[in-house]
Design a protein around this ligand. Structure first.
Ligand code: ZN
Length: 272
């Protein structure tokens, strides 16, 4: 039977809300998990944020996001490392067990070169992540983002990278929005499940007439992704974590967020 015991929401889904509003309103709505985007932490005392979370019934599922490692400029690569170390520190203070990586890409060099720099970047931050007890999830992004947001575009590529890095602290985040089209998805989900590297599962939907490739994601049921099927694969692969609702949507950010939260809960029960 479906219930809300494994429902997690990303704060970015309710972008108009502050961290405090997300925590209070998710708690009141019976939601169990929260993934925190770093924008809601800006200007906040992290210890206070931690107390806010500790005083709530919510489980912190992940911090989003680190990554953006590649650049043709060395200085920018070094800045990225520093920013990722900061993100790991934030995750550790908040008690988030996982940092999600949007790996980055620089169109002034080949995708292979960007992937090499992603691998190097992860290896550089890995010792600190291990000492902080924060795992790292490589999130493959849809190929439409390969020029600027991620040179890791399939789960096969992410699996290969985690297998090469070979650390129990580095795994993958499967997001249906980025991967639903891939004929190899079932087998690649089984592969990372067997390797115990399936760290996170993100859901939303692909609007068939997408108006904007960044901020027009659909609510589950709005589009064409067979989310229950992909969820069944993820569970078949041994995943027992949260189903994380992560929706960037100018359309939904404009409506009443309480009404939206009810829509999310409905969509979760009926289309996830
Ligand atoms: Zn995602």
């Amino acid at each position: 039977m479906k219930d809300f015991s494994r429902l997690c929401i990303h704060t970015m889904t309710n972008k108009p809300w502050s961290l405090r509003q997300c925590v209070e309103n998710y708690s009141n709505a019976g939601i169990k998990g929260i993934s925190i985007w770093r924008n809601v932490l800006e200007g906040r005392d992290l210890k206070e944020a931690k107390k806010l979370l500790d005083d709530s019934p919510l489980e912190v599922v992940s911090l989003v996001r680190g990554g953006f490692f590649p650049s043709v400029e060395k200085k920018r690569r070094l800045n990225a490392i520093e920013d990722n170390l900061r993100a790991i520190s934030q995750a550790s203070i908040l008690g988030a067990p996982l940092l999600v990586l949007v790996c980055g890409s620089d169109s002034n060099q080949s995708l292979d070169k960007s992937r090499e720099q992603i691998r190097e970047g992860i290896l550089k931050i890995l010792p600190y992540a291990m000492s902080a007890g924060v795992k790292l999830a490589i999130e493959p992004l849809h190929p439409m983002y390969s020029a600027d947001r991620s040179a890791v575009n399939t789960l096969a590529q992410a699996n290969k990278m985690t297998e090469e890095i070979n650390s129990e602290f580095v795994g993958v985040a499967v997001d249906v929005y980025h991967l639903w089209w891939d004929a190899g998805l079932h087998d690649d989900i089984m592969r990372c499940g067997q390797n115990r590297k399936l760290f996170a599962f993100h859901v939303c939907d692909w609007n068939v007439l997408t108006g904007d490739f960044l901020n027009d994601r659909g609510l589950m049921g709005d589009g064409c992704i067979n989310i229950p099927e992909i969820r069944s694969w993820v569970e078949e692969a041994g995943f027992k974590g949260f189903n994380e609702v992560e929706i960037f949507s100018e359309k939904y950010w404009k409506i009443d967020q309480f009404e939206y939260l009810e829509k999310i809960k409905n969509a979760y029960i009926n289309f996830t």
